[in-house]
Design a protein around this ligand. Sequence first.
Ligand code: 5RP
Length: 245
Amino acid sequence: MAADVDALKAEAGIAAAAFVKDGMKVGLGTGSTVKYTVIELGRRVSEGLDIVGVPTSIETERLAKQVGIPLRELGSLDGLDIVIDGADEFDPQLQLIKGGGGALLREKIVAQSAAAMIVVADDRKKVETLGAFSLPIEVTPFSWQETKRQIERLFSCPCVLRTLGGESVRLGDVVVEGGPFVTDNGNLIIDLHCGASIDNPRASEVALLSLAGVCEVGLFIDICDLVIMAADDGIQTFSKADSRL
Ligand code: 5RP
């Protein structure tokens, strides 16, 4: 019988925590898979593990505090030893789509400061070509409709402003039904729907980052060293050819 997805997430999340050793400075990702890593690290801290954590979102900061992981600000540290995070998709080169939870900007800043990155995932996240999961793009609230049009022109694909499904909110001269999703940085998220067609993720990232209204793109290129993936038949790992781990 197929294991339930939450059990797979827990398996991957807990397995990744084994890479964390005494004295490490650890980036703590965001999402329903890496939350199990954070809980496991909290358990080990209560048994004496000596680490400091840097959370990638307010949500993870709350959880890390709850489970007792000592936290520091990234700016006060000279880089991190490791970051463990989730992903929405990973391809055979371990290029990623992230940002399903809207934390992509902080996640990328933290990942770029770490000596190595581990991704934890269940097997639904493994793809041949990125893009079936819509690509999250963090944009400034200023003239977001214009940025959205520019993205649409660039990719000839539809874009949707991410909403919360709550009360409608006026943004400039537009009423956003359901209210906009606002990131921890006070920005908006536009989700780009282009199907599994991002065959050159590096070029897509560069093109999107050239737009002034774009703050960050949920494409994580050449940054993931190891994916720990849980499936019904156990854990599988995928390592980058020049993995730093
Ligand atoms: C948040 C992320 C998450 O890591 C990604 O969405 C995966 O989350 P989950 O483990 O809940 O599927 O990028 O911005």
